[in-house]
Design a protein around this ligand. Structure first.
Ligand SMILES: C[S@@+](CC[C@H](N)C(=O)[O-])C[C@H]1O[C@@H](n2cnc3c(N)ncnc32)[C@H](O)[C@@H]1O
Length: 226
């Protein structure tokens, strides 16, 4: 069972959670990167999609709207944000399933997952959880399925590194710094060199957001996180 002391809330402090959607909309130029991420995921009608660290459900709702016949499941350790996500989905008139748990729990949900996706989560978790969470996402999807991740990854330029250091003040430098130095590229690239190459990068007022994808073949072992 997830305890609140075990995770960093969406905006670093629990009291700031009500400001999350507005902050992300403005400070990450959300429409640009989220639109590109949605297109990358390309949700299909009969698919089961697992949104890891779903937060307030913004991505889950967009995926369900894009493919109303898809089964969309949101996973997050924070019960407060799951309640917000549920209310938001109800207001949007879409049906999404919500589960409480960590990224590392992704493979033990008893789901046949076609695509495991995650946005803005791995920059705010400890390195061990980055590895365990990504490994669980890969384990969760069926052979032939896909993993898609959007997050602050390697900050390639001085300006982006400087802007992203502000996120470190909120989410903890011990969590954010490895991402700025390329931890996501290393973890994903360790499973498949192509997966470690960003498909797209978006400069934002909080640093650069990168999009990654990984296609799981029938040879599971080749995609193990090492
Ligand atoms: C910055 S928010 C991103 C929310 C959403 N994915 C989005 O794109 O707006 C990060 C979310 O990750 C969740 N989280 C924190 N630690 C986690 C972990 N170890 N596994 C899964 N989710 C986690 C938080 O509760 C929060 O909802």
């Amino acid at each position: 069972m997830a305890r609140s002391s075990d995770f960093v809330p969406a905006l670093g402090w629990r009291s700031l959670t009500p400001l999350y959607d507005g902050t992300v909309r403005l400070l990450t130029r959300e429409r640009r990167w989220r639109g590109a991420f949605l297109a990358q995921i390309s949700t299909g009608a009969g698919e089961t999609i697992l949104d890891v660290g779903c937060g307030t459900g913004s991505l889950a709702i967009l995926m369900k709207r894009a493919a109303p016949q898809a089964r969309v499941v949101g996973l997050d350790p924070d019960p407060e944000i799951l309640a917000r996500a549920q209310a938001k989905a109800e207001a949007a008139g879409v049906e999404i399933e919500w589960r409480r748990g960590f990224a590392r729990d992704a493979a033990s949900l008893d789901l046949q997952v076609d695509k495991a996706v995650s946005s803005l989560v791995f920059h705010q978790v400890p390195t061990a959880e980055k590895r365990a969470g990504i490994a669980a996402m890969i384990d969760a999807v069926r052979p032939g399925g896909e993993v898609h991740i959007a997050d602050f990854a390697r900050q390639r330029r001085w300006l982006m590194r400087t802007l992203f250091s502000v996120v470190g003040l909120v989410d903890g430098r011990a969590n954010t710094r490895p991402n700025a130095l390329g931890a996501l590229e290393d973890i994903l690239g360790g499973t498949d060199p192509l997966a470690g190459e960003a498909n797209g990068r978006f400069a934002t007022p909080l640093g650069e957001i990168s999009l990654f994808s990984l296609h799981k073949g029938s040879d599971d072992a080749a995609l193990a996180v090492t």
